[in-house]
Design a protein around this ligand. Structure first.
Ligand SMILES: [Zn+2]
Length: 323
């Protein structure tokens, strides 16, 4: 059920869409414009807002196919694609949840469009989700009244989970993921023990893709490295980042997966880490930053993508809301 605030937002998206603003915006882009949408799981009914229904995604793909040239990153070096007159679009999925095979792949195949998928080395090796996904799985299972009484050391939410649960969940996630591993462990040790137990005992753990799943994917899917640990790298040491990169690359090598794409987890990075990736031969470095790109970039901003209706999906995908 949408609350009043969400209904008002949906009405605005519907208004913009019915006057064809998204379509008009795509017509005004130059052929050099590149929009990279950053998508996560599809059809998961999370309390966290980043959700997208399969049918909306399917309709959006049909609309994008008409108005954009949908590419892989490696196509950005191909003059045939670069010189076409439409603006460029890349659909960039992160994490490698099994949900991709169930809900995304059929839509990608039936519309015959390309996408990028960035995999987590640790999850590929063990099929266990990283901390951020375990935490959001646990949050999905915690009811609002339990959430209200969970004390997290140093955490002061701006809203009560009883009033705006989705926002409260996002605040908990950001509080615990945007920091070093050591500082997160300290917080968890000093917090209500129920939170750690709820994470450890979560009955709805997200299923991750195995190497066999990855090797059976369609050629429409261009693979990228999304780190080994999925930690927020801006908060880790340079040495940790280097080790993490090598560990993930080893998992890719062991499974005959080749890639020259690296997507920073949680959009978190430092400049010295970007320099390191170039030295290691990574060609396409994916950030988030909620910005559009020129097709000639080598570091790519992505736009966090979610939508509750097709109108909202078209408005967000057209980049109207982003610089
Ligand atoms: Zn991720």
């Amino acid at each position: 059920m949408l609350n009043t605030r969400d209904s008002a937002k949906e009405y605005l998206f519907y208004f913009f869409d019915s006057f064809k603003f998204p379509l008009l915006r795509t017509k005004l882009y130059s052929s050099d414009t590149l929009i990279v949408l950053n998508l996560h799981a599809i059809n998961i009914k999370n309390k966290v807002e980043n959700c997208l229904d399969v049918s909306i995604f399917d309709d959006l793909c049909k609309w994008l196919k008409i108005n954009f040239e949908i590419l892989h990153f490696q196509d950005l070096e191909d003059p045939e694609f670069l010189n076409c007159s439409k603006p460029k679009m890349i659909l960039s999925f992160d994490d490698g949840c099994f949900n991709f095979i169930e809900n995304v792949l059929p839509v990608i195949k039936s519309n015959n469009i390309k996408c990028n998928l960035n995999l987590i080395g640790y999850s590929l090796k063990t099929q266990v989700p990283p901390f951020t996904i375990c935490l959001s799985d646990a949050l999905r299972c915690i009811d609002d009244s339990t959430a209200e009484y969970i004390e997290i050391s140093g955490f002061t939410p701006t809203v009560s989970p009883l009033k705006r649960r989705a926002l409260w969940d996002i605040e908990v996630l950001n509080y615990l993921k945007m920091r070093s591993i050591e500082s997160r462990e300290k917080i968890l040790n000093n917090s209500d023990g129920r939170l750690q137990r709820l994470i450890d005992d979560c009955k709805e753990e997200t299923k991750m893709m195995s190497a066999a799943d990855v090797n059976n994917l369609s050629k429409l899917v261009e693979l990228g490295n999304h780190s080994y640990s999925h930690e927020s790298m801006a908060f880790q040491s340079y040495d940790y980042f280097k080790e993490d990169f090598f560990k993930s690359r080893d998992v890719f090598d062991e499974n005959n997966i080749s890639s020259d794409i690296y997507a920073f987890p949680n959009g978190s990075y430092r400049k010295d880490m970007i320099d390191f990736l170039y030295k290691e031969g990574v060609k396409y470095i994916l950030l988030v930053n909620e910005l559009k790109n020129s097709a000639k970039n080598s570091e790519y901003n992505r736009i966090t993508f979610y939508a509750n209706s097709l109108a909202e999906a078209r408005v967000r995908a057209s980049g109207i809301l982003n610089k």
